[in-house]
Design a protein around this ligand. Structure first.
Ligand code: SF4
Length: 325
């Protein structure tokens, strides 16, 4: 049986904003999220911009502390009070951004960009060993060892993404979270980087969480799909179920917008009315109810829990209260 790499249990991340001179308003950017992340699987995390995907990712990586709930990594609880466990976990869990070079000194040679995290975590005893590994990783990622002597501005967006993947692989990570990491690339380059991720996932038995608003990207790479809406997970399913039998009306609308590869097969597009609500002013009951074409009375009163619908598929929607497959 596949190993559970990480368990996320009832995680909340709450923020407060000032309202007027004396009042504060609190809201949950991550609202009672529980997930099991299985070793070697690729998860696609989807939802509209501002729905809490990146906050959830930061919380999983412990870049920001959850307000409540707990995270178990390989069965061990990790929090800020266990610095040694945190340090080991930080090495194992890595993040790739949309523009990973945004925070890197443009005057650094690529050699230092790739070797810096390996040196920080003292992965190799000597500088020579570290350099040797950097050369190997560049080649694994479709670059050359000679590129280590060049500077970031000499590379295209796709090449920079390859370099950032080499940098992250130097840590021998167990879980990589890629946050919109192909969003800024041309479609053809995007496909190359996705294929590289796929290959590396197999070769290194990586576990990945791929965050994207683009369902084509997610479909290409993921085994499991996590759909978020306003801080909550509203559907969780294997790719086949999520794309061919989505259950939540919001997932159905998202999937209906994915172009059909067969131009002769008609597909009905579900157009949602209204916009994403503000976190500070969430509707009562199901947060999706003002936009839901199938809203019922109960939806305005009670927030649906995320329930097992069938093996591998969970949904938070009153339409399936009492349903089993
Ligand atoms: Fe729509 Fe109700 Fe389901 Fe929410 S609970 S998605 S409002 S049917």
């Amino acid at each position: 049986m596949a190993e559970i790499l990480m368990s996320i249990e009832h995680i909340y991340k709450t923020f407060s904003v000032k309202q007027g001179a004396f009042q504060k308003l609190s809201f949950h950017a991550v609202n009672d999220v529980s997930l099991h992340i299985t070793q070697g699987k690729v998860y696609g995390l989807v939802g509209e911009s501002g729905c809490g995907k990146s906050t959830l990712a930061s919380t999983i990586l412990q870049l920001t502390q959850p307000t409540s709930g707990r995270i178990l990594y390989r069965g061990m609880e990790v929090d800020a009070h266990t610095p040694a466990a945190m340090k080991a976990m930080r090495k194992d869990l890595q993040l790739i951004f949309q523009d990973p070079f945004a925070s890197i000194d443009p005057k650094m040679k690529i050699r230092d960009v790739v070797m810096e995290p390996m040196r920080t975590h003292k992965i190799y005893k000597t500088r020579q060993e570290c350099y040797q590994r950097a050369c190997e990783l560049m080649e694994i990622c479709g670059m050359s060892a000679a590129d280590l002597e060049r500077y970031p501005h000499e590379f295209s967006g796709g090449q920079r993404q390859r370099i950032s993947i080499a940098r992250v692989l130097g840590m021998d990570p167990k879980l990589i979270i890629a946050d919109e990491s192909t969003a800024a690339l041309d479609v053809s380059v995007q496909a190359q980087i996705l294929n590289l991720f796929k290959q590396l996932q197999k070769d290194f038995d990586l576990t990945m969480i791929f965050i994207s608003h683009d369902l084509n990207v997610i479909k290409h790479i993921s085994d499991r799909i996590i759909v978020m809406y306003m801080g909550s997970v509203i559907e969780l399913a294997d790719k086949e179920y999520a794309y061919h039998e989505p259950k939540h009306p919001y997932t159905q609308a998202l999937i209906s917008a994915v172009p059909n590869p067969d131009p002769f097969q008609e597909k009905k597009r579900i157009i949602l009315s209204g916009e994403l609500p503000r976190f500070s002013n969430l509707p009562t009951g199901c947060p999706f109810h003002p936009r839901c074409p199938q809203c019922m009375d109960i939806c305005r009163r009670e927030k649906p829990a995320l329930r097992n619908l069938r093996k591998g598929q969970k949904v938070a929607c009153h339409l399936y209260d009492g349903h089993t497959y």
